[in-house]
Design a protein around this ligand. Sequence first.
Ligand code: ADP
Length: 350
Amino acid sequence: MEKIKNFGNVKSFWFFQAIAIIAAAGLAVFNFLYLRAENTSVFFVSLAINILLVFILAIRAWRLSGLFSDFKKDRDSFDTETEKKSSEIQEFEKITRQLVRRDLELARANQRLAELDAAKSDFVSTAAHQLRTPLTGIKWSYTALRDPKTGSLNEEQKQLLENGFAAITNIMDLINDLLNVAHLEEGKYEFKFERQSLLPIAIKAMAGLKLVANEKKITLFSKIPASGLPDINMDGEKMGLALTNILDNAIKYTPEGGRIDFSISQERGLIKIVVQDSGIGIPKDQKGRLFTKFFRADNAVGVQTSGTGLGLYMVKKIIDRHNGKIAVDSAEGKGATFIITLPEQSAKKS
Ligand code: ADP
């Protein structure tokens, strides 16, 4: 709007300027004619042009002052705008400086956290190592005592021995999990990748748990292709540990007489492993914490008092190293399905 108004002023200024020039030229011509002819009608025309010229000059001056005041207004608003912008720029610079400072503080805090984390992992692995040696001795003694060749025990002694053996086994499981997690976090958990088939690893994991499943009268169904699965680049031992963990959980969290379905298939360049159980399931509001360290769902603690909450955390780390994915589909009381997908070209380069 402003621009159009100013443009109008400029146009009318030049219009009057042109008329003034024409009138001045006309006046000069008539003055010349009057001087030569001393004709009164020429004098009057000249006078009229003179008056017109004065009038035009007055309008021109008025237009000029209008233009000048518009220009002043524009300049004032430009000055205010510039001042506003410069104070905005200063504010922005202040915020940027604050952000840079925060960023630095955050980086320092992160570094400190990483150092503390490393110190904690170091402490955990030293403590676990120190504990494991005497505990191995104690477990060995219990194992020897359970052997009938060592001597006969009465029923009460046998029960006490079994309780002690179960407790020491749990503590050793926890210590082994802690050591594995500490090694994982310290980067000392070495992965040895080689191209191999998943089938023997899966079959071994299943066979290792058949006895426990039988004890709980849980039926294990498996759908594993006899052949045809492509070899993948993986650490067989770690993959075996991951599968054992998932299957062990399925047995642990499925009540007596339940069912577990274990399958391996091949889908669009992926190897898919599914472990589905008919157990207690995972509460909806706690599913997000699965795969985090020491997490145990409320319903699991009641069913299985012993447990470290480190198994799934380890499994996730192992699957991640193989460039795979792990997902869970479950609802409380409706069983759980763990799905692992591994790319046929597996394993991250470390
Ligand atoms: P742990 O079994 O020693 O408690 P995990 O890390 O293996 O530790 O599992 C973490 C938690 O995830 C379990 O405590 C349990 O709450 C839940 N969970 C894992 N597997 C199952 C499953 N098959 N059914 C129900 N809950 C499960």
